[in-house]
Design a protein around this ligand. Structure first.
Ligand code: AMP
Ligand code: ZN
Length: 470
């Protein structure tokens, strides 16, 4: 089978380049999962929506994709540079619950959001707390190879041992470190300021709830090691593509590369895919700030989750996106119109394969051009405007929606409600007629009264019984 061409921007080479996996036809894809100490905000969800489109683009192009995602339920401290408190503990204290209760609650909430957004669950989802043995094995090997050292009871990765540490970004060291630290605090155990913790044993956070036995004493893993170990566990030594939000480039992904390649002794991952942030008028959305927009909040305000998905698809993943209700309102109205049109397409006329092909090519071309999702949406509108028969339009929209996942073939919610109301009223009218036939006028009147109480009036005319909303 020939694969359709896909070009992607690769953070590693800083170029748009053809995507070629290690093994023909197969893609090994890794996604950094959520830190489950709070609800995902719609910024986080932007990243997961665009990663979902990437996975589906690869599948649409003909690849067999295996995608793995971790769940961060230990080790991610309030500052990405190993200082502050474990975010999970912060969540547990905030809600007077245990870390595991918090993890389960927010993990379920995350997948509920994903389901509403038609974000497919990755083939493997692995919580960090499931893989302590794998982390220990990897850290032991790094110590043995001389890439790690012990200091003050913790195990650190020694970045000085690498030929090149800043492979993903060419920013200045100091800028990067400042960016990474919410609460700057020097750790005097570190030999180099870019060194990072692989395993904590002695830390000032004695109330860390989850701790495990290790060769270095009771403790818990650092955040970065989990993604390297979980990826290698499920996807092997050579990863094709690794994704995350742009804030993960440094230090998280930089450190993942450092420790994975030191451990494996060869290059680990060929393509790095990063999504730019969703910002609100106050700046970057952040879970730790506590005050953030969630999908449920948008739903409460009357926006269907798929309106937000469409909002994300309309802009390019490599551009920052500003959240704004005015724009969301426009998207809502265009989404509802679009879905009304696409869901009412009938299987009428012919499937004109030859005439359909240019649209399929245009759609693949848009996604293959560094995932130009807004262009891909334009192709849907082009199909609707075209002079193809409805059957062909329907088949194309159905095919494209495998990637867009906007439920384009389903009737809009409002229509559905109206539809089910009509079905209900017709059923009641039928029951009333049956009652009248049996001369059970009390029952017939009760049915009319019941409908009236629901704001539905029925009238008997020569053409039969008709109804209207009061
Ligand atoms: P976290 O749950 O904090 O570990 O983040 C989950 C994912 O969301 C990561 O891939 C982050 O890079 C990404 N992310 C965090 N903030 C934003 C944002 N404002 N916009 C888009 N993605 C984000
Ligand atoms: Zn990660």
């Amino acid at each position: 089978m020939t694969m359709r061409a896909i070009n992607l921007y690769n953070t590693l080479t800083k170029k748009i380049e053809p995507f070629v996996p290690n093994e023909a036809g197969k893609v090994k894809m890794y996604t950094c999962g959520p830190t489950v100490y709070h609800f995902a905000h719609i910024g986080n969800l932007r990243s997961y929506i665009m990663e979902d489109v990437l996975e589906k683009t690869l599948r649409y192009a003909g690849y067999d994709v295996k995608r793995v995602m971790n769940i961060t339920d230990v080790g991610h401290l309030s500052s990405d540079a190993d200082s502050g408190e474990d975010k999970m503990l912060t969540g547990a204290k905030r809600e007077h619950k245990t870390v595991m209760e918090i993890a389960e609650f927010y993990r379920n909430a995350f997948f509920d959001d994903c389901k509403k957004l038609n974000v497919k669950t990755p083939d493997v989802v692995e919580p960090a707390t499931n893989c302590i043995a794998e982390f220990i094995t990897m850290i032991e090997a790094l110590l043995k190879k001389g890439y790690a050292y012990m200091a003050g009871g913790n195990v650190y990765f020694n970045t000085e041992k690498l030929e090149q540490y800043y492979v993903l970004s060419n920013q200045k060291e100091d800028d990067l470190m400042v960016g990474a630290r919410d609460d700057v605090e020097e750790d005097s155990n570190k030999r180099n300021k870019t060194d990072f913790v692989l395993w904590f044993t002695k830390s000032k956070f004695d109330d860390q709830e989850l701790k495990w036995e290790s060769p270095w004493g009771t403790g818990y893993p650092g955040w970065h090691i989990e993604c390297s170990a979980i990826s290698i566990k499920h996807l092997g030594e050579r990863l094709d593509i690794h994704c995350g939000g742009v804030d993960n480039i440094f230090p998280h992904h930089t450190n993942e590369i450092a420790q994975s390649e030191a451990y494996l002794g060869h290059k680990w991952c060929n393509y790095w895919f990063h999504i730019l942030h969703l910002n609100d008028s106050t700046g970057k959305m952040s879970k730790s700030k506590g005050d953030f927009l969630t999908l449920s909040l948008l739903e409460e305000k009357g926006y269907s989750p798929l309106v937000y998905r469409m909002f994300c698809l309309q802009s390019h993943y490599r551009k920052p996106l500003l959240f704004n209700y005015e724009v969301l309102d426009n998207v809502k109205s265009s989404y509802e119109k679009l879905r009304k049109k696409t869901s009412s397409l009938k299987n009428e006329g012919e499937l004109q394969a030859e005439q359909m092909l240019p649209f399929q090519e245009a759609f693949a071309q848009a996604l293959g051009s560094d995932m130009n999702t807004s262009q891909a949406l334009t192709v849907v509108y082009d199909v609707l405007k075209s002079d193809l028969d409805d059957a062909g339009k329907k088949a194309l929209v159905e095919e494209f929606d495998k990637v867009l996942s906007l439920d384009l073939m389903e009737e809009p919610e409002k229509e559905k409600a109206d539809g089910s109301l009509a079905a209900y009223v017709e059923e009641m009218i039928g029951q009333r007629q049956a009652a009248r036939k049996e001369k059970d006028f009390a029952k017939a009147d009760a049915i009319r009264q019941e409908l009236l109480e629901k704001g539905i009036e029925i009238k008997d005319t020569r053409e039969g019984t008709v109804w209207n909303l009061l």
